[in-house]
Design a protein around this ligand. Structure first.
Ligand SMILES: Cc1cc2nc3c(=O)[nH]c(=O)nc-3n(C[C@H](O)[C@H](O)[C@H](O)COP(=O)(O)O)c2cc1C
Length: 806
């Protein structure tokens, strides 16, 4: 019992209750076949919310989902395309939208784009076939995440359709012979297309697209055309463009239509997907000022003294605001909580990155606050911040190892550059607008207004749309149609068609809309097209939480390095000046530079926590300053439940973020509950130089001191690998090897857990290879294959966990 804390007991109790509920309501039903009610049928739901699987005896209506069949019937067209997307950061949704646009313009076929989370997906088993006079084709654009997992919005559908087989081999899994609630012919006559999105640096490359494809086939579905696969490590865009013509041809054959796509498209004027409607009779209360919320705009009031958990915080920016709400809100990705920044402190500042360019490039202006120009060199400061975000009073809970998603805000300088290129006046920026689908466009039916309206143009450009997105080829085609100058227009069309020209001129130099408008000055594009078609929505950014929920349950820590780099940017031929080929541009990550700006605003003693749009503070106000939209995303990257087990962590750079939390938590536990006998806690940390970019150095040193002095009984070790120190380049995998015998003992003999966080492309692979070597060297494995199988087995057992990105 000594090993069980209160949380354990609560969790065990909940598991027991859920098991009882499961046995009572599902197991006993004895039904192996999907029982689906009619589209309008309502079945009583007896299980707790979320425990009823779609497709079980309970009707999916219990989920309050929309009916896709009803929607398609209402469109009343014999041929239709319905695209579902599984997307975390928007790429899959974007690609689905582009295919939809092509099918409507090429084939005149109405197309819907749907989020599987919003629809009753069990209706796929009642799909009308050609015999019923319907050619309804379904498409799945599915991204893969983590250890070969679906995106959040697809989890429910995926679990149902895969019937528990979704974790098998990446080509669709072995049939384990277990219960399958779907009949073998459940999808007879169902026609579909698939495009999987993935990244080859991950072990389970494109697992979701592949498994889903195989499963749909095994249920009687018939795939039209080849399955497409995009690799984000190489070029998602190229893979998509390579797949597109073949899938359009396959769809043309299936729908039995002529592909009108390429005929005279250039001469046809662009028909905007959205139009701007006047925002008449709109009160201030109805206007969105940057909130992300399903429903109404949200407003805050200054908290009264003594109000629940009101506190002044360290930097003096502590006035607290409480959300004005009539009912309790369950915060999630669609309804984020606005968490106040409690602390923001620099972890390091002064390490430079240096970029050298050819002297045929125009250099950026010298002496900027964050970069220096010397002849052909640009030297850029690196900044890293620790930020704590308040979740107290929100009902949000996190566990150490989870992620926090935040929505960043664009840089105002960037907005002003774009506004200037578009010729927008201040007055136009501050106009409250409503965007709505333009009925003249065939795709209007499935067009979703990309951000909450009504809002001002400024709010849309600052908060909702990604100003730094690289302009895509299809967007250049749209821009070409609004180009007044024939030479510029021809060049834009060529860029839109010719990838060899597009890659160096646009993609490699990461040209965003403002950059393109700056080069092609005769473009006069309506603002509705900019807002609705040329700028993607700002995607949520995920950070591995760097605080421990046991130690600090009321706030989440974020560790962010500001991403800023210099790039050569070629000019198209008509703009080459003075024999100089192009510019050197300095680009920055939206989220990290925004956190940095917030930090600077705070430390610049913007003492009163003013509000975003200078509204009266006596009334409910829009988002208060220094409050960020956030939600907690659970992950599998968790400490072992038994704290006695050894933990080996490998996390160079910002990969240390979750390990700061892990180490603090184990240290906290060892110091407050020594009877827990917390096991070995070893961290392999890497940075460039001990005096320059060592993250949380003081904290780690204090803990090392605590154990060295005997104050805390813990086998804590922090191994440091420096890559630019004393003329040597040492990396984390070297340190793992150097301490191989002990690492092996913990992993091979003591049942330890191994964690890797950081760069997926190189580091994670090198570390895995190092561990494989240890198994061979110290574990007496007979061959490399055996050692590899041992590491694989660790992964399967959840004792080798990665939180990596590329
Ligand atoms: C944290 C993270 C984990 C990922 N895990 C995988 C993976 O296991 N397998 C894979 O093929 N791709 C993986 N990817 C790549 C994504 O699937 C790919 O970037 C995709 O384009 C994302 O689509 P979305 O923007 O629609 O969410 C991962 C990407 C991230 C950022």
């Amino acid at each position: 019992m000594a090993l069980l804390d209160t949380t354990d007991i609560i969790i065990l109790t909940v598991i027991a209750i859920l098991t009882a509920v499961y046995i009572r309501y599902f197991k006993d039903s004895g039904s192996k076949t999907v029982t689906v009610g009619g589209a309008g049928s309502v079945a009583a739901s007896s299980g707790p919310a979320g425990s009823v699987k779609p497709g079980s005896a309970e009707s999916p209506r219990a989920y309050g989902k929309k009916s896709i069949l009803k929607k398609l019937q209402a469109l009343d067209h014999p041929s239709q395309l319905i695209l579902f997307y599984g997307s975390q950061t928007g790429t899959a949704e974007d690609l689905a939208t582009r295919i939809a646009k092509d099918t409507t313009t090429h084939f005149n076929i109405p197309t819907l784009i749907c989020d599987p989370e919003e629809y009753d997906m069990t209706e796929l088993t009642r799909w009308p076939g050609e015999a019923e006079g319907k050619k309804w084709l379904c498409g799945f654009f599915m991204a893969t995440y983590g250890e070969g997992e679906p995106t959040d919005n697809v989890v429910e559908f995926y679990d149902w359709i895969m019937a528990g087989k979704g974790k098998g081999e990446d080509d669709g899994g072995q049939d384990d012979g277990g219960d399958d609630p779907l009949e073998d012919d459940a999808l007879d006559g169902f026609k579909y297309i698939v495009f999987g999105l993935g990244n080859k640096t991950y072990e389970h490359y494109n697992a979701i697209g592949r498994r889903l494809d195989k499963r749909l086939k095994s249920l009687g579905g018939v795939r039209i055309g080849e399955r497409g696969e995009g690799d984000d490590d190489a070029s998602m865009e190229e893979d998509f463009l390579a797949w597109k013509p073949s899938i359009l041809a396959a769809m043309a054959e299936y729908f039995n239509v002529e592909d009108a796509g390429s005929i005279g498209q250039r001469d046809k004027p662009h028909v905007p997907l959205f139009e701007i409607a006047p925002a008449t009779n709109i009160s201030q209360a109805q206007v969105f000022w940057g909130e992300y919320s399903a429903g109404k705009p949200r407003r805050w009031q200054k908290a009264q003294d003594g109000e629940e958990d009101y506190e002044m915080v360290d930097s003096g920016v502590g006035e607290k605001f409480v959300e004005v709400r009539s009912r309790k809100i369950a915060y999630d990705a669609k309804h984020p909580h606005y968490g106040r920044i409690l602390t923001s402190k620099p972890l390091f500042i002064d390490v430079h990155d240096e970029y050298t360019f050819d002297n045929t490039y125009h250099m950026p202006r010298a002496g900027h606050k964050r970069y220096l120009v010397e002849n052909t060199k640009v030297r850029i400061e690196r900044h890293c911040l620790h930020v704590d975000l308040d979740i107290s009073g929100s009902g949000l809970k996190y566990e150490t190892g989870d992620h926090v998603g935040v929505w960043p805000v664009n840089d105002e300088e960037h907005l002003m550059r774009l506004a200037k290129a578009l010729g927008l006046t201040e007055e136009e920026l501050d106009k409250v607008v409503i965007l709505k689908p333009n009925k003249q466009n065939m795709a209007a039916e499935s067009a979703k207004v990309p951000f909450p309206v009504p809002c001002t143009v400024r709010t849309a450009l600052l908060h909702y749309l990604d100003l730094a997105a690289i302009v895509k080829q299809y967007q250049l085609e749209i821009l070409a149609k609004y180009c007044k100058d024939t030479a510029e227009r021809d060049l834009l069309f060529e860029l839109a068609d010719n990838r060899e020209l597009y890659v160096p001129l646009i993609e490699r130099s990461r040209k965003d809309l403002a950059d393109v408008l700056d080069v092609f000055q005769s473009i006069e594009v309506p603002i509705a097209v900019v807002l609705g078609e040329l700028l993607p929505r700002i995607a949520v950014r995920y950070y591995s939480i760097s605080s421990s929920s046991k130690e600090e349950p009321n706030h989440v820590g974020v560790t962010a390095v500001m991403v800023r780099y210099a790039l050569p940017s070629q000019f198209p031929s008509h703009r080459v000046k003075d024999g100089k080929e192009g510019n050197v541009v300095v680009k920055q990550g939206i989220a990290t530079s925004w956190l940095q700006r917030l930090h600077e605003a705070r430390s610049g003693l913007e003492a009163e926590a003013g509000v975003l749009n200078n509204h009266s503070e006596t009334e409910p106000i829009p988002i208060p300053k220094f409050y960020l939209p956030l939600y907690i995303r659970t992950s599998n990257f968790k400490l072992p439940r038994n704290p006695r087990l050894p933990v080996v962590m490998v996390g160079p750079g910002t990969g240390v973020a979750p390990f700061r939390a892990f180490v603090r938590e184990r240290y906290h536990l060892a110091s407050t509950s020594p009877e827990m006998k917390v096991g070995p806690t070893w961290l392999f940390y890497g940075c460039r130089h001990p005096d320059k970019d060592f993250l949380y150095r003081a904290e780690f040193e204090a803990m090392e001191k605590g154990v060295a002095s005997g104050q805390v009984d813990l086998d804590l070790k922090v191994f440091k690998a420096y890559s630019r120190y004393e003329g040597k380049k040492v990396y984390v995998q070297h340190m793992v090897r150097d301490n191989g015998k002990d690492v092996w003992k913990m992993m091979g003999e003591m049942g330890g857990y191994f964690y890797v966080c950081g760069d997926a492309k190189h580091m994670a692979h090198d570390v895995q290879n190092a561990l494989t070597e240890l198994a061979l060297k110290f574990g007496g494995m007979a061959s490399e294959d055996k050692a590899k199988a041992w590491v694989k087995d660790l992964r399967t057992k959840g004792r080798y966990l990665e939180d990596v990105w590329s």
